[in-house]
Every structure is written in structure tokens, then in C-alpha cells.
Design a protein around this ligand. Structure first.
Ligand SMILES: [Zn+2]
Length: 339
């Protein structure tokens, strides 16, 4: 990764900026052992391959959208099971991007397809535009992370949902374009799809569910992307003829509760809101904003370059002045009512 550009530090005096720049440079040199100690694992050859595949994709796509940062394969740390949760006191699960130490850390997984997809998600955070700010009390915080931006009067984070939705969309593209086409993962993908179909059929037909419960389950099952240890799930649901469907479903519920956060296409809520906004903007602009995919590309470009003025001009030009600001709030995580 390139050295951090000191212009990306907002606020503070020149000497505070200089001091923080040194802190950042030192932080980026900390080794995996220093950061994660006993939790750190040496990747197996298969895991190394999964990591390399992810890095290649992240760098290729980020570059396409104008990113100035690259993902460095040597700054990806593999941790033992639940390592991320241990090292963040339960704040995060399975994957994290640490912009201060310029690294990504992920938990080992029973599925290397999951491992690879997790790295891609965190990778798109690390290659995104980012900047820090030095607060009045000399505390440094993140100011911009990709397209999102902290309100300087602490009203919230503009476009925070867009940031996660853009990344989740790109990591789904990785899943579809790379993982699903890799012969190495073909068997895993086939079994996952069959399990998913079994679950959707069960939820659609089961008489023991009320309509609300049925809808909730179908919504979740449709979001299943990968299943850790899919072989045993496949056996239990589709090959074990000694048990009835209700028993099998009970078994799956137990498995799923434990693995839920590893199995689903991530950030469903953010994607839903973001997609609704994109659809609405495309319709309201009567063609001026182009297709939804074209509009997505404009958002992604702003996420990676940090320059959202072209996007703001485009949206305000197609609709009315102030529209972009409204979108930034609608797609933000705001703490207070904002007009
Ligand atoms: Zn994320």
C-alpha cells in the first residue's frame, strides 16, 4: 500500500499533523504477531490461494473505480476461529479492516470460499478513500471512510449505508464472477444451492409456520450465500433418509444459529435501502441518470476516489439542487434529526 498522504489529515496544527503521520507510519509496520499475538495463524497452501484470489480481485476492481490505495497481501492476517471477536471484545465478527494499521484480519473458516469473500469485503474498505481528522482534544478519528463522511458537528455519518451497500454489492459480484466459476469450489456451490432449495421448499410448504414466520424464513434463506462445512449439512438434509423433514429442519436451525453470520450475503438492510434509493433516483431523473448500474458506478467511483462532487453535481443536475444532500442523509446513519 502506498504511504498515507498527509493531506488526508484534517484539523490539528502542522506539528500535530506531522506527529500523527509518524504514528500512522509506525502503525502500518506492526507485524501480525504484535497486533494479534497467539490468535495469529499461518495460512495453509489452500488458504494462501484463497487470499491471493481475493487480493487480485480487490485491486483490479478498486483500480477500475480510481482507487489510490492497493491491498497488500502481506497485510492480511489470518486468525484462529473467533479470533476477530476475541481481539475486538465481541464488537466484530469474522472480519475487520484496520485503517490505522493498514491491515485486514479475518477468521479462519471451514470454507475457503467464505474466507476469500470475507477478505474481499474488508479489502474494499482498505482500498477505499479514507482520511482522518484531529479533534480539538488531539484525538485522531476517521473522518472519511469511502463514500461516508462524519458530520463535523457530530450529527451522524452521511452515506454510511451507501458505503456498506457498495462494498456488499461488489463482494457479491466477486462471489458470482469468481467463486461460482472456480472449478475448485464447484462442488461446494452445487451442494449449497441444493441445501438452499431444500430449505426454501420446506419453508414454503410447512404447515407448522404462520405466514409471518414463513416470510421471515424465506427472506433469510434467499440470502444464503455459502455454508461452512456444507458437506455435513448436505448429508443431514439431503442424504440421510432415516429422519423426517421436521427433524432435519430442527437440525438445520441449530446449525444455522451458530453459523448465521458466516452464511448470508452481508448487509441486507443497507443493500435494501441503497437499492431503493438508486431505483427511485433513476425513475425520478427520467433517464438523465442513466441505468441503475451506471448510477451505481458513479457511487462506487466516489467511494474509491473520495471525490463525490461529480456525483453530487450529477444528482443535483438531474433532479433539483439539494437532492444529493437529502440522499446523503437518507443513506446515512444520523444521530439527530437533520434537515
Ligand atoms: Zn463493511
Amino acid at each position: 500500500m502506498k504511504n498515507f498522504n498527509p493531506e488526508r489529515i484534517i484539523g490539528g496544527t502542522d506539528s500535530q499533523k506531522e506527529g500523527f503521520k509518524v504514528t500512522l507510519e509506525q502503525a502500518a509496520k506492526k507485524s501480525g504477531e504484535e497486533l494479534f499475538g497467539e490468535l495469529l495463524l499461518e495460512p495453509t497452501p489452500e488458504e494462501k490461494l484463497a487470499i491471493a484470489t481475493a487480493v487480485e480481485y480487490v485491486n483490479r476492481i478498486s483500480k477500475k473505480y480510481g482507487a489510490e490505495h492497493e491491498m497488500d497481501e502481506n497485510r492480511i492476517f489470518l486468525l484462529e476461529k473467533d479470533g476477530i471477536s476475541s481481539s475486538t471484545n465481541g464488537r466484530l465478527n469474522h472480519g475487520m479492516c484496520d485503517l490505522l494499521h493498514k491491515c485486514v484480519a479475518v477468521d479462519e473458516s471451514l470454507s475457503n470460499a467464505i474466507l476469500s469473500t470475507n477478505i474481499v469485503h474488508e479489502g474494499f474498505h482498505i482500498t477505499s478513500y479514507h482520511s482522518f481528522q484531529i479533534m480539538e482534544d488531539n484525538v485522531e478519528t476517521l473522518y472519511r471512510g469511502g463514500i461516508s463522511m462524519v458530520d463535523r458537528k457530530d450529527k451522524g455519518i452521511y452515506l454510511a449505508k451507501a458505503e456498506e451497500a457498495i462494498i456488499a454489492t461488489l463482494s457479491q459480484n466477486f462471489f458470482e464472477e469468481v467463486i461460482c466459476k472456480d472449478p475448485f469450489y464447484a462442488e461446494e456451490i452445487r451442494k449449497t444451492l441444493e441445501v438452499k432449495t431444500w430449505l426454501i421448499n420446506f419453508a414454503s410448504e410447512s404447515k407448522s409456520l404462520n405466514e409471518e414466520g414463513r416470510k421471515r424464513l424465506l427472506d433469510i434463506f434467499k440470502e444464503i450465500r455459502l455454508l461452512p462445512d456444507v458437506d455435513s449439512v448436505y448429508f443431514n438434509l439431503l442424504e440421510n433418509n432415516e429422519k423426517g423433514d421436521l427433524y432435519k429442519f430442527g437440525y438445520f436451525t441449530g446449525y444455522f444459529e451458530e453459523k448465521l453470520s458466516e452464511t448470508l450475503h452481508e448487509r441486507a438492510e443497507e443493500r435494501k435501502v441503497f437499492n431503493e434509493v438508486l431505483d427511485r433516483l433513476v425513475v425520478d431523473s427520467k433517464g438523465v441518470l442513466g441505468t441503475k448500474e451506471e448510477l451505481f458506478d458513479h457511487f462506487a467511483r466516489a467511494h474509491f476516489t473520495g471525490n463525490y462532487f461529480p456525483l453530487a453535481r450529477l444528482i443535483d443536475g438531474a433532479l433539483e439542487k439539494g437532492s444529493f444532500r437529502k440522499v446523503a442523509i437518507e443513506l446515512g446513519n444520523m444521530y439527530t434529526e437533520t434537515e
